[in-house]
Design a protein around this ligand. Structure first.
Ligand SMILES: [Zn+2]
Length: 511
């Protein structure tokens, strides 16, 4: 989710769901036979391997001829196929239906019946992730605490979905940035801390509520920002976020956030914003690179989201999306993507001061991302779905992988950013992100080698999530069922025309 002034950025029923996934009988093994394994701890593949999965973990990897699967094992033929770790979306916003209903227009009250404990809407909404081979998703805030319940139900295998890693967003009062020149900022609170004490208290509450990490946002003053970073790290939580805003009386110096660093910077645009102060002077590239290197922060560039905003700014219509992907987008998200609901197509957005430098800012972000990667800053793949029109759950991970590929990273380097690195950020690299004995069985079976061409990461013939096997046919059938389910809800809520309107607008106009 982007700040207001970040112009450089900022089913069916649950029963049906379970029945369409196939898992090995309780206690039995799942075996991928004679497959080419891409373990991701080296830039090469191991042919003719037998990978055995038990209770959601990889328990053995052996040469094909040496292994005989047990008789009650579910055996998948991996001949001619490629096995990779599941992909990770390191920047998304997961707003469950119950939260969506709180803040949306009255038409959505027709969808209230879907806000059940079995989360039919939410599991259909998240299914595109599995369809696209994404088995772990970072939630970067927004909505309430319902996402924690969803995370736990998925973790316990009650709802089928990607593993959710849930961040608690902590931000000061956004309006303080604007009014502090003229008025005293509003009083500090734990919801919007402006003192170190309230910042620490906000972290304490997040820890007690079992959030997985802290997302610090950009309207924090120096003492509060420092207190949040320090308290989170003391509680062994990582921090991901926006850099503190520049330019108000109580804000940090530009270097400061790199001296008390967060673990991952949520957009390359955050760095670009700092360079805007100097009118994108290319000499700022080396200064910013030095600051980031000194901080040892990782970076989730989210370039595809910046590109989509730029697209809307230039073309004045919503970005195109393949129709088969558009059909997987839930009705409320789709409605928010319509041109009249998108601030990126609004007059306000188009006329804000400095907006004419937006395209140059995107170029700067790309060069800076490449420079940082060459200087050994680890990159992650994230797309900020679904806060920007056309940035759909799952599909956008592949779009961002292509963006990063286009900066000159090899397919292996891109794949690392989508598999190994996010788990290293979470401090769980020994348990997830690789194909090795003892690792989580979140895997993708592909028809073609992604080390040859990163586009092959979308040529999916099956997905394993938490040890559960979903064949291509099952993925297709569930996708079809979900589209029918969304269609029924759209009729119920009077949103039938939205999908056609999005398609029409995305195809409209020319330069
Ligand atoms: Zn975001």
């Amino acid at each position: 989710m982007r700040g207001k002034f970040a112009f450089l950025l900022c089913l069916t029923s649950f029963v049906a769901f379970v029945s369409t996934s196939v898992s090995a009988a309780a206690g039995a093994d799942l075996v991928i036979n004679d497959v080419t394994v891409i373990p991701m701890d080296k830039e090469s593949a191991d042919e003719h391997q037998v990978v055995t999965i038990h209770d959601g973990l990889i328990v053995s990897i052996a040469k094909h001829s040496a292994s005989q699967p047990g008789s009650n094992a579910l055996v998948i033929d991996g001949q001619g196929k490629f096995l990779t770790p599941g992909l990770v979306d390191a920047h998304a916003h997961i707003i469950p239906l119950r939260d969506k209903l709180k803040s949306q227009d009255s038409r959505y009250s027709a969808l209230k019946s879907e806000a059940q404990t079995s989360h039919p809407y939410d599991s259909a909404m998240l299914f595109p992730y599995l369809r696209e081979g994404v088995t772990t998703v970072f939630h970067l805030g927004g909505g309430g605490s319902d996402v924690l319940e969803l995370r736990d139900l998925i973790q316990r295998g009650i709802i089928l979905g990607p593993r959710l890693v849930v961040g608690k967003l902590i931000d000061g009062p956004p309006e303080a940035v604007v009014i502090s020149m003229h008025k005293a900022p509003p009083p500090s609170s734990i919801e919007h801390p402006e003192t170190a004490r309230d910042g620490r208290e906000a972290v304490k509450l997040a820890v007690a509520a079992h959030y997985d990490f802290i997302k610090s946002y950009q309207h924090l003053n120096q003492e509060t920002y420092d207190a949040i970073e320090t308290a989170a790290h003391a509680a062994h939580l990582i921090t991901v976020g926006h850099l503190p805003e520049l330019g108000c009386s109580n804000c940090v110096s530009p270097e400061h956030p790199f001296l008390v660093p967060m673990d991952d910077i949520a957009h390359a645009e955050e760095l670009g914003r700092y360079a805007m102060q100097d009118d994108l002077d290319p000499s700022r590239l080396s200064v910013l690179t030095d600051w980031v290197l000194r901080s040892h922060s990782m970076l989730t560039p989210t370039l595809v989201s910046t590109r989509s905003i730029l697209y809307m700014y230039v073309h004045r219509h919503v970005p195109p999306l393949p129709e088969e992907v558009l059909l997987t987008v839930d009705p409320i998200t789709l409605n928010a993507w319509l041109p009249e609901h998108t601030r990126y197509l609004s007059e306000d957005f188009r006329t804000q001061p400095g907006i004419d430098r937006y395209p140059a800012g995107f170029d700067f972000d790309r060069v800076l991302t490449r420079q940082l990667f060459r200087s050994a800053t680890p990159l992650l793949i994230g797309a900020d779905a679904p806060t920007i029109p056309g940035i759909a759950y799952g599909y956008s991970v592949h779009q961002e992988m292509l963006e990063i590929n286009s900066l000159g990273l090899t397919p292996y380097q891109v794949l690392r950013a989508a598999t190994v690195t996010p788990h290293e950020l979470l401090g769980e690299g020994d348990r997830a992100g690789l194909i090795k004995v003892g690792q989580r069985a979140d895997l993708v079976l592909l028809n073609a080698n992604p080390l040859d061409d990163i586009r092959n990461a979308r040529d999916i013939t099956g997905v394993i999530v938490g040890g559960r096997w979903l064949s291509a046919r099952r993925l297709r059938e569930q996708t079809k069922e979900n589209a029918a389910y969304f269609g029924r809800l759209e009729r119920k809520a009077g949103l039938m025309a939205d999908r056609a309107r999005y398609l029409k607008d995305s195809r409209s106009g020319s330069l």
